[in-house]
Design a protein around this ligand. Structure first.
Ligand SMILES: *Cc1c(COP(=O)(O)O)cnc(C)c1O
Length: 216
């Protein structure tokens, strides 16, 4: 079942697009099933759950923290996290930089832009992102590697709205990339909207229920 869904989704993705299998709420045994089918990138939104799975599962899994992250929890994932997707404040950048240094590694991050027209709590404005980007690139956080942007579209059936939101993220990404050519990751698209996200230029999708089924 899982192997079949993974294969089907993978076939729809351009080669440059990374599939992050969002395994939140599903037990380690289910993650292992996907791993045995060849999947290596997994996404979680809760720190404790990600730590438990990291401890239980093969060490060549790339763990992505995709949800909102509280500063006081960065220390638990700092030793192993592959990519933190939802960075939206300098407070969080400071903490990630500090914990990366303590672990003698660099930690890769995406800056999360608030693109949804609907009310959401998390994500930064374009100008806040530009400020964070210039601080990182100016050397303020030497233990952080800034890889690109992440965003979540509104939960709506209105396709033109979702496209508009993805376009705004892609636009900012292209602007920043012209200034900072080393950024290469645009994380957008979930089970309900990843085909639209890919059409709008995503190169990393975060897909959960379309692989693992509905969460309980
Ligand atoms: C849960 C979650 C996803 C995956 O959602 P699905 O609709 O199950 O694909 C993607 N991104 C974030 C930030 C999430 O929290």
């Amino acid at each position: 079942m899982i192997a079949e869904s993974l294969r089907k989704i993978q076939q729809e993705l351009p080669e440059i697009c990374t599939l992050v299998a969002v395994s939140k709420t599903h037990p380690a045994s289910v993650v292992l099933e996907a791993y045995l089918a060849g999947q290596r990138h997994f996404g979680e939104n809760k720190v404790q759950e990600m730590v438990d799975k990291w401890e239980a599962l093969p060490k060549d899994i790339h763990w992505h923290l995709i949800g909102h992250l509280q500063s006081n929890k960065v220390k638990y994932i700092a030793p192993f996290v592959q990519l933190i997707h939802a960075v939206d404040s300098t407070k969080l950048l400071e903490e990630i930089d500090k914990r990366a240094a303590q672990n003698e590694r660099k930690i890769a991050v995406l800056l999360q832009m608030k693109i949804a027209e609907e009310e959401t709590k998390f994500g930064a404005t374009a100008s806040e992102i530009e400020e964070m980007a210039s601080a990182i690139e100016g050397g303020k956080y030497p233990n952080i590697v800034w890889k690109g942007l992440m965003g979540m579209a509104s939960f709506t059936d209105d396709e033109s709205q979702v496209r508009r939101e993805f376009k705004s993220l892609k636009n900012l990404f292209e602007q920043l990339k012209s200034r900072y050519p080393e950024i290469d990751t645009l994380s957008m698209g979930m089970s309900g909207d990843y085909p639209l996200a890919i059409a709008e230029g995503s190169n990393m999708v975060r897909v959960g229920s379309a692989i693992f089924g509905a969460r309980g």
